[in-house]
Design a protein around this ligand. Structure first.
Ligand code: SF4
Length: 488
């Protein structure tokens, strides 16, 4: 029985490979199915042509979808169903949360939950003895990553979260819990280092959740040191509670270079409504801790949500400017997704043409609605994903250069980068405030945005040209911010 699992890249700041797809493949192989993985592409038709080359030989296809690719992907798989009469399965968080609506509209497919072992075994029961596949490493099929020429790879220690943020999907699905022991994790890292991977992106919701994890994390650091493994890594942390300095230092000593944490929003209305209680004080303390260890950081932030008031929006824009994070334009143009089965889902209006309804709402404040429309219109003039990469890429490069004692050779370039970043941050703020005050966008705003884009692009190009020439090892550890597989 031959199965093809297809999916599109979702995050451009991580590996193209999906850990959940890699684990699903391993489970199907254990149940006797022959499995191959395929990365589709919304912007490169040739990737899709090659990925369909042997579709006739498959018995069934699984499409792991995301809300961003669903409308494109579903038409693609409908055509495959009509042309080749293959069984088609759909999976992924988006598919499971919208199961009833999807099955009603697209009756040719069957949906299952790839995060739940029971559901996988029910859908793909045991048919033959386990199939061996050489790309399986520690129970994850790494077929895509091993083709990728880059040295970054996604990994996880656990897959659950002890928080209950109202805007998050993590606790809405019944998923089988994973909690690896430290030796399994370090074995996995060691095996992946042998495959030439050097930068590990931990996908855990929160890598250290509180004091109860101290022992486990210290054991991890000890084991990495004992085996003398050299690598770098990136983790997700929470602001409540704050990780102790001592633990952060231990993690830094074994290669921690970057941390993600959700600031979300500084208004108390947001915290109360979405049950995520954070404070600017905690954010600032976290930033101080990370700066003291020379660890870079990436933040989660939600600017536009249904109930946001005009004044609160201005306060949060101001805060983003203070943090120097206005270049994260995705935060500005992506309003909060209201998920099915959450308390705000009642505000969503039905649209028969599209399955995804998460954006089908208006803001309570009309002034906010106008600002959102103006800003999304403005930023359509540039490629936002590239723009963010021009800053995220160099910020990660800086941490890696520090880690491998190469910072001094890039002092001038990094200085230019800091100056550019400050300039871009200030100018973006001025443009946004001018649009808010004038209540319109004009040609000057658009031209200024285009100028900021090209200055940032040129700076990035020459920085990465130097990195490519002098330090290819570090160059290849940095996610390249593109939809295509990294195959240089
Ligand atoms: S802490 Fe993060 S992963 Fe956990 S529920 Fe909140 S947003 Fe989701």
């Amino acid at each position: 029985m031959k199965v093809g699992i297809y999916y599109f890249r979702t995050l451009y700041t991580q590996s193209a490979a999906s850990l959940s797809v890699g684990k699903l493949s391993n489970k199907l192989l254990n149940n006797g199915y022959e499995v191959n993985l395929f990365l589709l592409n919304q912007s490169n038709i040739y990737d899709n042509i090659f990925n369909l080359k042997n579709v006739e030989n498959l018995d069934c296809l699984i499409y792991k979808c995301n809300y961003k690719d669903f409308e494109f992907g579903i038409k693609f798989f409908k055509k495959i169903y009509e042309k080749y009469h293959k069984k088609i399965f759909l999976t992924g968080v988006f598919a499971c949360l919208n199961k009833n609506r999807i099955e009603e509209k697209y009756s040719f497919l069957k949906i299952f939950n790839l995060l739940n072992d029971e559901d996988i075994n029910l859908t793909f029961p045991y048919v033959a003895t386990k199939i061996q596949k050489e790309t399986v490493i520690c129970n994850v099929d790494r077929e895509i990553e091993l083709n990728e020429h880059s040295k970054y790879i996604n990994i996880e220690l656990t897959n659950s979260c002890n928080k209950k943020c109202e805007f998050c999907h993590i606790n809405l699905l019944n998923h089988t819990k994973i909690d690896k022991n430290i030796y399994e994790l370090v074995n996995e890292i060691e095996s992946l280092i042998k495959c030439n991977k050097r930068f590990f992106i931990f996908n855990d919701c929160i890598f250290w959740t509180g004091e109860q994890d101290n022992e486990k994390i210290l054991e991890f650091c000890k084991e990495v040191k004992r085996r003398k493994l050299v690598f770098s890594f990136y983790i997700y942390l929470s602001l409540t509670p704050l990780i102790p300095d001592k633990l952060l230092k231990e993690l830094k000593d074994i290669g921690l270079v970057r941390v993600f944490f959700g600031v979300e929003n500084i208004s108390s209305d947001f915290s109360n409504h979405y049950l995520k209680f954070l404070s600017t004080q905690n954010t600032e303390r976290m930033i101080q801790k990370l700066n003291a260890c020379k660890i870079s950081y990436h933040i989660g932030f939600i600017l536009f949500y249904k109930q946001v008031s005009y004044n609160s929006l201005l306060d949060n824009l101001n805060y983003l400017r203070t943090l120097g994070k206005l270049f994260r334009l995705g935060i500005i143009i992506e309003k909060l997704r209201i998920l099915p089965h959450t308390k705000d889902a009642c505000y969503l209006t039905e649209n028969k043409d599209k399955i995804d309804m998460a954006y089908n709402y208006n803001f309570d404040d009309e002034k906010v609605e106008k600002i959102f429309n103006n800003l999304t219109h403005l930023f359509k003039n540039i490629n936002i994903r590239n723009f963010e990469q021009f800053f995220n890429g160099i910020s990660l490069a800086e941490s890696l250069l520090i880690r491998y004692n190469k910072y001094d050779s890039y002092k001038k370039e990094l200085n230019d980068y800091y100056n550019l970043k400050i300039d871009v941050n200030n100018k973006l703020y001025d443009i946004i405030i001018d649009i808010i005050e004038k209540d319109e966008i004009n040609e000057d705003h658009i031209n200024e945005i285009k100028l900021l884009y090209s200055a940032s692009e040129i700076n990035y190009t020459f920085f990465f040209k130097k990195l490519l020439t002098l330090d290819f090892d570090i160059f290849s550890m940095i996610p390249h911010g593109q939809e295509t597989l990294n195959l240089w």
